[in-house]
Write a protein that binds this ligand. Structure first.
Ligand SMILES: Cc1ncc(C[n+]2csc(CCOP(=O)(O)OP(=O)(O)O)c2C)c(N)n1
Ligand SMILES: [Mg+2]
Length: 365
């Protein structure tokens, strides 16, 4: 299992990612045994398959014109499923916008997620998920909220509670990332900063984003223990996240994980990655696909693979469709609501916008 000695061995300055299984799912060290039992591993695989299925279907709903936009999770699912397994009920989840499996594990429903991407407020009003913040669209702004939540956990002397905060590689160039790391370190906030380094911020590649050796090194300056992990290796992510949480809840303060991965899909459904990256690059990363690797491990370790995967996917699809249909049947919110709560009396500019929008809706019908 991961310990402080391993952490020393993976000093980010060495630029070596923590990895346990190879691209085919075979353990790099034959003596390594996962800290999870067979049932947990098979459940993780099932959850990963579910996230992938729901994600692909979400892209398809958007393509059918039934949802405004959607940011695909394709290729990044191991991070989300591992984090979902490690995050406890009493922990906070502070999302960026591309960690679907972690949201589902927290208790957010697909219906809520679909509502959000249909532009409906109720998509951020979670019925079951406790201690989950809504998406914060200004990149990295969520991290300062996370640092504050960690401060509050300490202030209220809560035991065994942590904050899981997500950001992308692009988000690490924002001031908020640095302010949050600094604040969390100074105040010993129990925050696990998870940077999903998927190599791109829309069309900006990592080499245009930072001159640093990697992103994990950025934590060193703030004296935050930091680790570079193979984000497509479910087991490496699980060990790293479990260790980071233990570190945070035992009063040792924040932890930074750079999960090195690849955004296999488009940035959102409004983007076309063929304009700025090569097929060859995509093919190299496809070899490292997290679902394929976990499946490879299951085969290698001779755990009984899922009996009838096709049947399971068909069941998933039925459930996902019913959640989407429920989102489509959800009552629309009154246009009033968009304008109602900021001013006692609506300023002229907002009156004009409201009027324009009413005309637009009338025209659209
Ligand atoms: C402050 C701010 N600037 C710009 C944007 C527009 N924007 C939305 S996503 C994005 C790229 C984010 O890249 P990254 O942090 O790597 O996350 P990824 O999309 O790769 O998951 C940008 C520039 C924004 N939402 N907020
Ligand atoms: Mg990115």
């Amino acid at each position: 299992m991961f310990d402080y000695k391993t952490l020393d061995k993976y000093n980010p300055l060495l630029n070596k990612a923590y990895q346990l299984i190879d691209d085919a799912g075979k353990p790099l060290d034959a003596k390594w045994k996962p800290g999870l039992d067979k049932a947990q591993i098979l459940k993780a695989y099932k959850d990963l398959l579910f996230e992938r299925t729901a994600d692909l279907m979400a892209v398809s709903y958007q393509r059918q014109g039934r949802m405004f936009t959607y940011p695909p999770n394709l290729g990044q699912e191991a991070i989300h499923i591992a984090a979902g397994m490690v995050t406890k009920e009493q922990d906070w989840l502070v999302p960026a916008f591309r960690e679907l499996g972690a949201w589902l594990a927290k208790g957010v429903s697909l219906r809520e997620i679909f509502l959000y991407f249909k532009g409906h407020e109720d998509g951020s009003r979670f019925q079951k998920a406790n201690r989950m913040l809504p998406v914060s669209v200004p990149i990295a702004s969520q991290l300062v909220h996370a640092a504050g939540l960690g401060y509050a956990i300490n202030y209220h002397k809560e035991k065994d509670a942590a904050v899981f905060a997500y950001v992308g590689d692009g988000g690490t160039s924002e001031g908020d990332f640095h302010e949050a790391l600094n604040f969390a370190a100074v105040w010993n906030s129990p925050v696990i900063f998870v940077v999903q380094n998927n190599q791109f911020a829309i069309s900006v590649p990592l080499k245009m984003q930072t001159k640093s050796l990697n992103i994990a090194v950025k934590g060193i300056a703030y004296n935050v223990p930091s680790l570079l992990v193979d984000g497509n290796d479910f087991f490496a992510m699980h060990e790293a996240l479990a260790f980071a949480r233990q570190h945070a809840v035992s009063g040792k303060g924040p932890f930074l994980i750079e999960a090195r991965t690849y955004r296999a899909g488009a940035h959102t459904t409004s983007d076309d990655p063929t304009k700025y990256r090569s097929k060859e690059e995509e093919e190299i990363w496809a070899e490292k696909d997290p679902l394929k690797r976990l499946k490879g491990y299951i085969k290698h370790a001779k755990l009984d693979a899922l009996k009838d995967e096709e049947k399971l996917i068909a069941e998933f699809k039925k459930h996902i469709d019913s959640e989407f249909e429920a989102a489509e049947k959800h009552p629309e919110y009154p246009l009033e609501d968009v304008f109602a709560y900021m001013y006692k009396e609506l300023p002229d500019e907002l009156k004009r916008q409201k009027n324009n929008y009413e005309n637009y809706l009338r025209g659209a019908k």
